[in-house]
Design a protein. Structure first.
Length: 194
């Protein structure tokens, strides 16, 4: 009887170990909806000046979609649009492999709230789709408490993302520009430099 119990225990343990290793194998080959799971985004070879100009134009387009182009500030409490001397420092697109990663400009801006959060979010979703972005992370419905944000997330090519949140109190845009492998992206950039 004890021999049978030991055999069953060993069989159960081996089954568990096989299941755990099978999970690891599946996670290694799991694919996300937009393709293989990876931290490394494809990239362009745009200079920091080109990337900065595109980033600013994209942010201005996004804010135009909200209908409230005034009253926005950056995460650093600077008004948007940025003053000529305000420098944005590109970040690695892949923080785990930052030494070899392309870089991208990223910034959050905060603005005034809106009365119709559903229409506001839907307008941003349409904008993202018109830009060819894959939209996900759509949260919010009439059961949400009044101060809770309605969100949408859009992913474009070359690491471009828009993370949008809207509520009656305020709105938030986190824009991550396209990744670029150009060496100039490792330096700060502003309207004046480089």
């Amino acid at each position: 009887m004890q021999q049978l119990s030991k055999v069953l225990l060993i069989a159960v343990l081996l089954s568990l170990l096989a299941g755990i290793s099978g999970c690891a194998e599946r996670n290694e080959t799991m694919t996300a909806p937009d393709g293989p799971a990876t931290n490394q985004a494809s990239s362009t070879d745009k200079t920091s000046r080109e990337s900065y100009d595109e980033f600013v134009a994209q942010m201005d387009e996004i804010l135009a979609v909200t209908g409230a182009q005034a009253g926005w500030t950056t995460e650093f409490s600077e008004p948007w649009p940025l003053e000529p001397g305000n420098v944005l420092t590109p970040e690695p697109c892949d923080v785990e492999n930052w030494r070899t990663s392309p870089y991208q400009i990223s910034l959050q801006v905060l603005g005034p709230g809106t009365e119709d959060v559903e229409a506001d979010r839907e307008a941003m979703i349409r904008y993202m789709e018109d830009q060819g972005m894959k939209v996900s992370g759509v949260f919010g419905d009439s059961s949400y408490p009044e101060r809770v944000a309605w969100n949408a997330f859009g992913r474009g090519e070359n690491g471009l993302t828009i993370d949008y949140g809207t509520s009656k109190d305020r709105r938030s845009v986190i824009l991550q520009g396209e990744c670029s492998s150009h060496p100039s992206m490792q330096n700060g950039v502003s309207r004046d430099a480089p």
